[in-house]
Design a protein around this ligand. Structure first.
Ligand code: ADE
Ligand code: ZN
Length: 335
């Protein structure tokens, strides 16, 4: 029997978001506002026409429009406004802590200085209303030399980001392409994550772990294609930052009823729920939770476990992690 208040519990429970591309939180309304503010001409005549173009066949068809959307970001204030809007929206979903991906190369390749982007995002993170940290992602469709140059540009801002990740077009760009830059980041004491097993095979998850030595896998849903890998992820409790609505919009699964989230949990994996690019995929954290809980036979214990996993897998200091877990456990104990 499902708990009668399951939906409101899922919305109210404290949670952390570990997989959000901040550029993917740019709503069409804000894209138009920033385009006007900056004198940028868009390929779409209206907010509605832009939103109507958000019908994707796969990851690449999304990335093409996502990089175009990010082209309106020019000033530090633009990056601040985008980030502040996301943090307010996340707080409304009872997200207590967020770890934000940003793609510096998407901006520096357009002539926007690295400092402009990170300073705007970082300043918004300092202003709240929730705790937030930054993870800088390398674009995997570009070269490792470009990633190394980006790392050099980032080093004067080392205190503003806690880790690095790997995103963009997965197929044909295996993690091992970035072995040297991740080795350098490891020496620098940065946290390491990578997108793997979104569209790519289990082998990409294995090389992300073995060659890049990442601490979490972003997406990772294709791990179930390998029984040996699934067993390893369970044994080592490697967190997977799963993004249900993203997986449907990008056709990783045909519909939510076919999503493998419950199988991942049943296999003992440390799965979490996240929004990925909420402005493009139809929803923020609670929309993702509700879509998954509507379509799959998930109950109260799954909700508690997903929220626990999100704090345990976060890169928060141990004391903050324990404080969030205590608040979460007290919330469930009081039901
Ligand atoms: N960049 C933004 N969203 C992404 C995703 N879902 N996969 C890879 N790169 C991305
Ligand atoms: Zn992502």
């Amino acid at each position: 029997m499902q708990h009668p208040q399951l939906k409101s519990i899922v919305q109210e429970m404290p949670k952390a978001e570990l997989h959000i591309h901040i550029e993917g939180s740019l709503e069409p309304e804000l894209i138009f506002e920033l385009a006007q503010r900056n004198g940028v001409t868009l390929a779409y005549p209206s907010v509605d026409k832009l939103r109507a173009a958000y019908a994707f066949d796969n990851l690449q068809s999304f990335l093409d429009i996502y990089y175009a959307g990010a082209s309106v970001l020019l000033t530090e204030q633009d990056f601040y406004d985008m980030t502040a809007a996301y943090l307010r929206r996340a707080a409304a979903d009872n997200v207590r802590h967020a770890e934000l991906f940003f793609d510096p190369q998407t901006h520096t390749d357009r002539g926007v200085p690295f400092a402009t982007a990170i300073d705007g995002i970082w300043r918004a993170c300092q202003d709240g209303p929730i705790s937030a940290t930054i993870i800088m992602c390398f674009l995997r469709h570009l070269s490792e030399e470009a990633a190394l140059a980006t790392l050099d540009e980032a080093l004067p801002h080392r205190d503003k980001f806690i880790g690095v990740g790997l995103d963009s077009s997965e197929l044909g760009h295996p993690p091992e392409k970035f072995a040297r830059v991740f080795a350098r980041c490891r020496e620098l004491g940065l946290h390491l994550v990578a997108h793997a097993g979104e569209e790519g095979p289990p082998a990409y998850i294995e090389t992300a772990l073995d060659v890049l030595q990442v601490e979490r896998i972003d997406h990772g849903v294709r791990c179930l294609d390998s029984a040996a890998l699934t067993a390893r992820l369970a044994r080592e409790q490697i967190a997977l930052t799963v993004c249900p609505l993203s997986n449907i919009k990008l056709r990783v699964f045909d519909h939510m009823g076919q999503h493998n989230l419950l199988e991942l949990l049943d296999a003992g994996l440390a799965a979490t729920i996240n929004s990925d690019d909420p402005a493009y995929f139809g929803g923020y954290m609670n929309d993702n939770f509700l879509a998954a809980f509507d379509a799959l036979p998930l109950g109260l214990s799954h909700a508690h476990r997903l929220a626990r996993n999100s704090f345990v897998a976060s890169f928060l200091p141990e004391a903050a992690k324990q404080a969030h877990l205590a608040e979460l456990d007290a919330y469930f104990a009081a039901l």
